[in-house]
Design a protein around this ligand. Structure first.
Ligand code: GDP
Length: 444
């Protein structure tokens, strides 16, 4: 998962503050030295780190006092605030043209993820904006690139305009735009060529496409795994093309975080989306505040909730919340939830978004697979309706019957009932709305 390394280091730094009644200037200085090291190790741009540390130190030593927080929690809050600022404060939506089509131009180095991201964006716009996008294949140097875009187009169900590899991309874009106008496509996504590094010929071509198409968005696609190099390259593209935003890809494989933390500061342009996997639905709107919380190990409840809601009807969610409040959450609801969870994606990823779980050492050894869920379901299905509604009925002889009925052993049944009760209690805690993230992080 993204930012593991940085998360772990920062949490270690903060846990050294645990239990301190008042922070001396020396304490703050020592902590900031560690934070600085952690950020540099995460491959964050040097100037960005310098500015960040200065800002946090000033605020931590300043007169900022909040009665509700302990001094160490206050430092964490300041770091959280400043990390958020560093990444841009708020999510910035895509620009939209006053008249159709909105034109989005994807630019970036080869292999950064332009074509994949073009497909993800189309899918996102189709789902969220009922869009009818069209792609233009503007990378004429690699026949495979056109083929790849066609595959992506087929997967999302959007047309691809191409003229093979022999024409000037500027002409292709001109003709493509004409076609989009005839077909009344509301979005046009232009895939462009990339190189292994910035060169004049490429920039010149991109500038000519820009001049012709007047895109509403020029999205620089950056590979997060390249760390602060991504910020440097983004700066280069921005100087030449005046980009409008950044999509950070491969965040799923980025344990350090240098790109996400540097790019906004270095370019002044917002990160609009993040790619978190190769699949076409693995694109998320970038929320700086949530990302900061995640880096600090407070999990990312909001993303989790949003993810759940895409598949989960709000009314059902409200009913569930009500049940948890009333403590009438039973095994039938548990099964419903398991179904929802299975729809949401890889379970271990989801677990890590829950506050306190991100760096939970117990989680490191647990991998919950689809099969495990099927086993849990088999156990629940072997209960009588009464037992499902009232877990307290489950005495040892009923448990033995359930074990043989489901083909699982008795230890497994016991464990699952125990876990069910624990999660019910935990959900009840969470539904009371107490923000225990910070406390948990400080070790209680
Ligand atoms: P392009 O040359 O810029 O068009 O890059 P591609 O779209 O061809 O992507 C290059 C490789 O990166 C492909 O193997 C993609 O599947 C992969 N890729 C793109 N985005 C992501 C992402 O968010 N996460 C991961 N893990 N892989 C990605």
């Amino acid at each position: 998962m993204a930012f593991e390394g940085l998360s772990e280091r920062l949490q270690k730094v903060f846990s050294s503050l645990k239990g301190k009644g008042k922070l001396s200037e020396d304490d703050v200085r020592a902590v900031m030295r560690e934070v600085r090291m952690a950020l540099l190790e995460a491959d964050v741009n040097f100037d960005v780190v310098k500015g960040f540390v200065k800002q946090v130190r000033e605020r931590a030593l300043g007169s900022e006092v909040m009665d509700s927080l302990t001094p160490s929690q206050q430092v964490i809050k300041i770091v959280d605030d400043e990390l958020t600022k560093l990444m841009g404060e708020e999510a910035v939506p895509l620009n939209k043209a006053p008249h159709i089509p909105t034109i989005i131009m994807m630019v970036g180095l080869q292999g950064a993820g332009k074509t994949t991201t073009a497909g993800k964006l189309a899918k996102y716009l189709m789902a969220n904006d009922k869009a009818r996008p069209m792609f233009i294949a503007g990378d004429v140097y690699r026949p495979a690139a056109i083929e790849q875009l066609k595959v992506v187009g087929e997967q999302v169900g959007a047309p691809v305009y191409d003229e093979g590899t022999d024409k000037d991309p500027v002409d292709i874009v001109r003709n493509g735009l004409k076609q989009a106008e005839e077909n009344k496509n509301d979005y046009v996504i232009i895939d462009t060529a990339g190189r292994l590094e910035i060169d004049d010929k490429l920039m010149d071509e991109l500038a000519r496409i820009k001049e012709l198409a007047h895109p509403n968005e020029i999205l620089f696609v950056a590979d997060a795994m390249t760390g602060q190099v991504a910020a440097k390259v983004a700066h280069g593209f921005d100087e030449q093309l005046d980009i409008t935003g950044v999509v950070l890809t491969k965040l799923d494989g980025d344990t350090r975080g240098g790109a996400a933390l540097s790019i906004r500061s270095v370019t002044g342009k917002p990160i609009k989306f993040i790619g978190q996997g190769e699949k076409l639905d693995q694109l998320d709107v970038f929320h700086p505040d949530r990302m900061a919380d995640r880096i600090l190990g407070m999990g990312d409840m909001l993303t989790l909730i949003e993810k759940a809601q895409t598949d989960y009807d709000a009314k059902q969610a409200e009913e569930m919340a009500e049940k948890i409040r009333e403590n009438s959450f039973d095994f039938n609801d548990f099964i419903d939830q398991m179904d929802q969870v299975q729809k949401m994606g890889p379970l271990d990823e989801i677990m890590k978004m829950i506050p306190g779980m991100a760096n939970n050492p117990q989680l490191a050894n647990v991998s919950i697979g689809e099969k495990d869920i099927d086993h849990l379901k088999a156990i629940v299905y072997s209960m009588t309706p009464k037992e499902r509604e009232n877990p307290d009925l489950l005495n040892p002889s009923r448990r033995r019957r359930i074990a043989s009925g489901s083909g699982r052993n008795i230890q497994e049944v016991n464990r699952m009932i125990k876990q069910f009760k624990q999660s019910r209690d935990m959900m009840k805690q969470m539904s009371k709305g107490n923000m225990n993230g910070l406390d948990q992080m400080m070790g209680g």
